[in-house]
Every structure is written in C-alpha cells, then in structure tokens.
Ligand binder design. Structure first.
Ligand code: PXG
Length: 314
C-alpha cells in the first residue's frame, strides 16, 4: 500500500483517469446537442461572423456552483430582444444545456461562453435572410489572471477611442461586436499599461474593455450609471450590494478622470477578473499606490458569495 492507504494499482488507475480527462477532447454544445471540439464548426455565411450580428455571455462556475446563471441568461435574452434575435431555446432549456456542457466536460471551476448568432444567410446584412439562430456553449478551464494583478494592482490609462454612443450601439447590449473595446485594448497595450478606461463623447468615465469601474472616496463607493454608456455588469451589481451591506454609501454618479485621480481607491469588476485593484491611472498614483483596504474587504466578501451562491451542477 502506498500513500493514504491507496494501492499502487488504484493510484495508477486514478492517474490514468486524470490523463484521460486531460486528453479527452472538449465537448461543445452546438445548437441542440454536444459535439466534439473538432466538429464544433459554424458556416462562413453565419452573420455572427460576417457582421458581428449576435449576442453572448461570459459566465463562471466555482466549485460546482454556476454564479448568477439566471442573471446572465436574463441579460442574454434582453440583448437578443432588442436586436430582434430569437434565441432558439427557452431559458430553462438553455440553463439545462449550460449544466449539461459543464458535466460532459467534468468541470467544476470553469469559464462558460454562451453565444447566439443570427445564423447563416447570404451575403446581405438583412437579418431576415437568416432563418435560424446558431447557438453554442463552450465550457473550459478558467484562465485565471496573474496573481500580481491582485497583489500589486493594475496600471491603467484613458484611451482616445470613446465608448460607443448609447444611441449608436448601446453598451448595455452584450453583442458580438466588440471592436470598440478591442481598439481601446490595442491603445492601452501601445501605451504600455494593463487596461484601458474609455470615456464617453462628453468626457465622462464609462468602463474598461471588459470590466466596470468603481472608486472609493471615504465611505463613498461610486460607479457610473448605465446611461453614460456601460454594460450593466453582473459583478458590478453584486459589488454594489456587498458595499451597501458593509455600510458604504453606494451611488451611481457621472464623473470625470479627476474623480479617479483623487480617489482613495479604484478597482475594476467583471466575471473573469472578479475584483482587481487599480494603483495608477494616466501615470497618477491612486491613494497609497497599493491595493486599498475597502477593495480587499470587498474581494473577500465577493469570494464568500461565489463559494455559496449559484446553480449547482448535478
Ligand atoms: N463591461 C464590459 C464591456 C464587459 O464586456 C463587463 C463590463 C463586466 O460584466 P460582468 O457581467 O461580467 O460583471 C463586461 C464583461 C472576456 C470576458 O473573455 C469579458 C467579460 C466577461 C467575461 C469574460 O474578456 N465582459
């Protein structure tokens, strides 16, 4: 008998099992069933590809609990509703499909990408040419952000590209058209910083390329209101709730870069990033130049919530 009373044979079996998982191809949910990753393809005539005509969600599961699944599905259906895009499955069936995809891949801690495109049509942009939406769900291991980001904080900068005007393409829609954000990301990279802050056409702070932004001023916790042009983040909603529960004075306010430069603390929120401290903006030091106390307390509270709340994978 070897370690922990397991026989060598048992140990070998479990090692083989782990390798099997590692080499087993990912299963993708495509339209109405699971397919092998290599068979998960969409047409070159799909308008998701030709025009960015579609919607998506990025969801996370923590130790077998899918965080805020209902909220993500609600947001997906709301984005699709405004685009007059019919999701080819009711919400409860889609919830089951997400769970099925996680189970088929043996994933407990995962990143889930749920995508619905207009489907394939011809080379005209008219959505009426597309008879059926394409739906796919990818669930994979979560690629965590480097630890340094959380321990040292981010250096970020405002960029020249302004956030989409809400009456052009409303940032509240989580669509497949992310070029506004991608241009901002390129500008941040060119400037040698970790992330971009996008302002709106009036010069008000909106959000980052895939995260919402908050600042702390004394007991005040402030984030921009949706109408300045932001995605109403699900992590943002949770953090606003946790801030209020911690006795902070939480508000949605229109603000400028000056408010960020002079804040005690700044942090970003998003499904992938969770809560990340920001220590430098446009080369100005924020607060003490280290991740702030309130940011760290909210991070601990957030981890507590993700370990308890969610739809169980069973
Ligand atoms: N703003 C924008 C523009 C986003 O795309 C957020 C804010 C944060 O929202 P949530 O609901 O996640 O708190 C997002 C979300 C990725 C990735 O792969 C991007 C997002 C979420 C998950 C993964 O870059 N964006």
């Amino acid at each position: 008998m070897s370690r922990k009373g397991q026989s060598t044979q048992q140990l070998n079996n479990s090692t083989i099992q782990q390798h099997k998982w590692a080499y087993m191809s990912l299963k993708i949910f495509l339209n109405d069933h699971l397919v092998d990753k290599n068979d998960a393809t969409v047409s070159v005539f799909d308008h998701g590809l030709l025009y960015g005509d579609g919607v998506f969600e990025g969801i996370r599961s923590y130790d077998g609990l899918v965080f805020k699944l209902k909220e993500h599905l609600d947001r997906l259906f709301e984005s699709a509703h405004t685009l007059m895009l019919e999701i080819p499955m009711p919400k409860d069936a889609l919830e089951k499909a997400v769970i099925l995809t996680l189970k088929a891949n043996g994933l407990k801690d995962a990143y889930i990408r749920l995508v619905v495109t207009r489907g394939s049509g011809d080379l005209g942009l008219d959505p009426r040419k597309c008879k059926k939406a394409t739906l796919f769900i990818i669930a994979d291991k979560i690629a965590l952000y480097p630890r340094d980001y959380y321990e040292k904080g981010l250096k970020i900068a405002t960029v020249p590209t302004v956030r989409n005007h809400p009456e052009a393409l409303n940032p509240q829609l989580k669509t497949l058209n992310y070029l506004n954000n991608i241009l901002a990301k390129i500008e941040a990279t060119n400037a040698g910083v970790d992330e971009a802050i996008l302002l709106n056409a009036q010069g008000h702070v909106t959000e980052c390329t895939g995260e919402n932004i908050f600042y702390v001023d004394g007991k005040k916790l402030v984030t921009p209101p949706p109408y300045v042009g932001i995605l109403k983040g699900i992590t943002r909603d949770t953090v606003m709730r946790l801030g209020a529960e911690a006795g902070l004075d939480v508000s949605e306010e229109v603000f400028t870069r000056h408010d960020l430069y002079t804040a005690d603390e700044v942090f970003l929120t998003g499904t992938a990033a969770e809560i990340v401290p920001v220590v430098r903006i446009d080369n100005r030091m924020i607060g003490s130049g280290k991740p702030g106390k309130i940011t760290l307390a909210l991070t601990r509270a957030f981890h507590k919530v993700t370990s308890k709340e969610g739809v169980r994978i069973r």
